[in-house]
Design a protein around this ligand. Structure first.
Ligand code: RFL
Ligand code: PHB
Length: 391
């Protein structure tokens, strides 16, 4: 089979890239190792920046999003005895939107099916070949076990942190930066109305807690735990008790509504960047090239920003013969990647318990500063609400 862009991985980056390439008049084939059902049901990110929402609407993916996404003007930031609202609209000029990655993935899958763009799910043994030459191709065995080969002008590695694409990049000239954090998140999804109108980020002596949501009936919570935490040690009762302690702020009659927990798991936290994001005919996008800890809600938005740039660059190259944007892709994308890497690290470091009591006092001083100073509030608001997506 021949196409212009072979896309490895059908997460949000790969699916959106195939959609945007279609609009650029460029053909693509998607190859994914999991089943479509598995990809659709993976519970991950929940917050979209306005730039992400605008892009999705612009490219015809906004119907359900416009109906169902919840507009949030800002977030609550709290520590024992205090809870403050930070207004992004006032301080950064735009809101953010609650719309689960599962919903966005479902919209993208539907668009792909409607357009009849080819995709192979449940494939095995994906291998990338000749990325340094002019005729790259990928091989794999399809869901029925038949060997397949896709020849392309370009390969897009959208296969996440564990995929094969990044490992194909030559080591010469490659640089990688990594930080693993000495804590993890226990994530829980519950069929219960949120006990808050907007997200609560809570610093607490027991560890960080986050109250998020997916819809008026579905809430999402996170608790800071040890990296090696055994999920079996966390009964639903223990999760609710700990959330009530960490999210309670002692000021008024706020209480946490409890209910049935549908899913719970422990998520590792790391920062990771590898450069450059292109070698020869292989381009990396999304988690394949960079990982941020989820405290700043940036992972999914970064993946969208990458593929917005990449689709335009590949359109200019494969349709019009101009490679200039493709040459600039890595450098341009990495400016946003490093900004978000810094912001995610900063939010993580400010909000999670680590170190000693001196560190705790520094964190509280920083949190006070974010609230007390107009400049500091604006800095957090602009980063969280997000930069415009350059396309
Ligand atoms: P994805 O979503 O990981 O998609 C990559 C796809 O590639 C497939 N793949 C392969 N396909 C073919 N052949 C192979 N050999 C392959 N190996 C892998 C995978 O099955 C998958 O379908 O990366 P993408 O598209 O770059 O999207 C990035 C976002 O998914 C990611 O940044 C966020 O979800 C990160 N993240 C979170 N971000 C937030 O902003 N808030 C969150 O609450 C949040 N929770 C999470 C997360 C990431 C998690 N992972 C990756 C451990 C929770 C988890 C569990
Ligand atoms: C989520 O709803 O999953 C979520 C929200 C905000 C974050 C991280 C995760 O910072």
């Amino acid at each position: 089979m021949r196409t212009q862009v072979a896309i490895v991985g059908a997460g949000p980056a790969g699916l959106l890239l195939s959609h945007l390439l279609d609009l650029e008049g460029v053909t693509s084939v998607l190859v994914e190792c999991r089943s479509a059902e598995y990809v659709k049901s993976r519970i991950r990110a929940g917050i979209l920046e306005s730039g992400t929402v605008e892009l999705l609407k612009e490219v015809g993916l906004g119907d359900r999003l416009s109906e169902e996404a919840l507009e949030h003007r800002g977030i609550y930031l709290q520590w024992p005895g205090e809870r403050y609202h930070l207004d992004f609209v006032e301080h950064a000029g735009h809101p953010v939107w609650v719309y689960g990655q599962t919903e966005m993935t479902a919209d993208l899958m539907k668009a792909r099916e409607r357009a009849g763009r080819p995709a192979f799910y449940q494939v095995d043994d994906v291998a990338l070949h000749d990325i340094s030459g002019d005729r790259p191709y990928i091989t794999f065995s399809d869901a029925a076990g038949r060997p397949q080969r896709v020849d392309a002008a370009v390969i897009a590695g959208c296969d996440g942190f564990h995929g094969p694409s990044r490992r194909m990049m030559p080591t010469a000239g490659r640089r990688t930066w990594e930080r693993t954090y000495p804590f993890a998140w226990l994530g829980a999804l519950a069929a219960v109305p949120p006990s808050t109108d907007e997200l609560i980020y809570a610093w607490h002596p027991n560890g960080f807690a986050l109250h998020s949501m997916r819809s008026p009936q579905l809430s999402r919570y996170y608790l800071q735990v040890r990296p090696d935490e055994d999920i079996n040690g966390w009964s639903d009762e223990r999760i609710w008790e700990e959330l009530a302690i960490r999210l309670g702020h002692g000021q008024d009659a706020w209480s946490l509504q409890t209910g049935s927990i549908i899913e719970k798991s422990v998520l590792p936290m790391r920062s990771f960047v590898t450069t450059p994001m292109r070698h020869g005919r292989l381009f990396l996008a999304g988690d394949a090239a960079h990982i941020v800890p989820p405290t700043g809600a940036k992972g999914l938005n970064l993946a969208v920003a990458d593929v917005a740039l990449l689709a335009r660059a590949l359109g200019a190259w494969l349709r019009d013969g101009s490679e200039a944007l493709a040459h600039g892709y890595s450098e341009t994308a990495l400016r946003r990647v490093w900004r978000c890497t810094h912001f995610s690290w900063w939010m993580t470091t400010m909000l999670h318990r680590h170190g000693d009591d001196f560190d705790a006092q520094l964190q509280l001083a920083q949190l006070q500063r974010v609230i007390a100073s107009e400049a500091a509030t604006k800095e957090l608001a602009e980063n969280y609400a997000g930069l415009p997506i350059g396309r």
